[in-house]
Write a protein that binds this ligand. Sequence first.
Ligand code: ADP
Ligand code: MG
Length: 224
Amino acid sequence: MPNIIELKDVSKVYGRRIRTEVLHNTNLSIEEGSFNSIMGASGSGKTTLLNIMGTLDKPTNGQIYIGGNRTDKMSRRSLASTRNKNIGFVFQFHYLLPEFNVIENVLLPHSIKSLFCGRKTREKAEQLLELVGLLSVKKKKVYDLSGGQQQRIAIARALMNEPKIILADEPTGNLDSNSAESVYNIFKDINVQLGTTFVIVTHDERIARKTNRIIEIKDGAIIK
Ligand SMILES: Nc1ncnc2c1ncn2[C@@H]1O[C@H](COP(=O)(O)OP(=O)(O)O)[C@@H](O)[C@H]1O
Ligand SMILES: [Mg+2]
């Protein structure tokens, strides 16, 4: 399989006067359709690495390729469209809109592209809710659901635009071990069924061990 994400000699420095170099000449390739985890101590640069992969943050030096296209020099506009088409994000805090109901939250990525939501779009949102086991609560307000359920809604939302890549930053960090297991199983199903590439930052060794590749980062350098 070709590489869907490539980082070449990437470094990241925060701050001008007091410089913190978080990544140093990092090289990393993620194969299309692969299922990866990133592990490392708190402060080692995992979030920085993931945000740079996801084009949410720019590197100080180096090149980023998504699907073979170089993104670090793209205009904000083409970057936003490349990101919207290719990448879905799942964060530790789900960032759902609490006043909206479940299906409205799943439809959000579509609503950003176009205000019109036709029957097909709603059907797709319902299929995704079925995939994460929440179709029966589609009309409920998000704040009436448990943490595990909310995270599953965030996963359905991340899949709405059929991204080729899902980047997840400690997605099970706030969940009990049963909910964490179920989130992991949903990720694995999506990976197998749809061929979606996954990169999951996690502290949970049980989850990391089930991925095909563990990327270990220490003080901003990939050590394994
Ligand atoms: N916006 C920022 N400005 C300055 N320093 C930052 C910023 N974001 C992260 N850092 C620093 O970069 C290092 C790595 O952070 P981060 O990537 O969040 O690590 P991790 O996700 O592994 O805990 C930390 O020392 C952190 O304080
Ligand atoms: Mg982090």
